[in-house]
Design a binder for this molecule. Structure first.
Ligand code: ZN
Length: 214
């Protein structure tokens, strides 16, 4: 049996008629590491091979355009928006009954609930559709997001998308700057409609940014 790998997340069994080994993947990083760009590129790669993808995005902001995933470098694609009360297994099965799905890609995976991550794992295990989730690992206080917590716990593959701190080290942490441009120590984990800026730092500079502000 010959294994041909043409994407890090897809293993094609060469002589088994395009049958995929479905897995749940978590692509995680700090902020501004190009997660959405990577997601859109992966989707494009599938589509280019004649395989259809479904892009999902949690609804977090009433102001945003509701049906698009837009990357910072200007790529965009249509997405299905879901609420944190939606059953993602049922939602995906409903779509798959209308047309075949080769892959599910989920943006802003940190905002998934624990239950929804489990539902995505059901899509992998019972519908044999690969699910690629992209998200931030921790919030600006260094705490895991609910979705990321469960993804780190049960995903088949964990892939870090790397970005760097101003010092050149790998940036693994995030700070949130308030309207006064100073790092915030407290506040809601999910700031809906806020105008704060997020900066990715290495852990050492993240600690320094937080303590310098006290
Ligand atoms: Zn640093």
């Amino acid at each position: 049996m010959i294994f041909v790998s043409f994407e890090p997340h897809v293993i094609l069994l060469n002589n088994l008629n395009f049958r995929y080994m479905a897995k749940l993947y978590f692509y995680y990083s700090a902020m501004n590491a190009g997660k959405t760009t990577t997601l859109l590129q992966s989707s494009h790669n599938y589509e280019e091979r004649g395989m259809s993808t479904v892009l999902l995005k949690p609804k977090t902001d009433d102001r945003e355009a509701t049906t698009e995933i837009v990357s910072r470098i200007g790529l965009s694609a249509k997405a299905t928006i879901f609420f944190n009360t939606d059953d993602l297994y049922n939602l995906i099965i409903d779509i798959s009954e209308k047309h075949e799905i080769s892959c599910i890609l989920v943006d802003e995976g940190q905002f998934l609930t624990k239950k929804q991550v489990n539902q995505l794992s059901d899509v992998v295990d019972y519908a044999a559709i690969p699910v690629l989730v992209y998200g931030i690992r921790t919030d600006f206080q260094g705490n895991l997001f609910e979705g990321s917590h469960q993804l780190l716990a049960i995903a088949d593959e964990l892939i870090e998308i790397k970005t760097i701190c101003h010092c050149g080290r790998k940036a693994t942490m995030v700070i949130r700057l308030g309207s006064d441009n100073r790092p915030m120590q407290t506040g809601a984990q999910i700031q809906v409609g806020g105008n704060e800026t997020y900066i990715s730092l290495c852990r050492k500079h993240w600690k320094k940014a937080l303590t310098d502000n006290i």
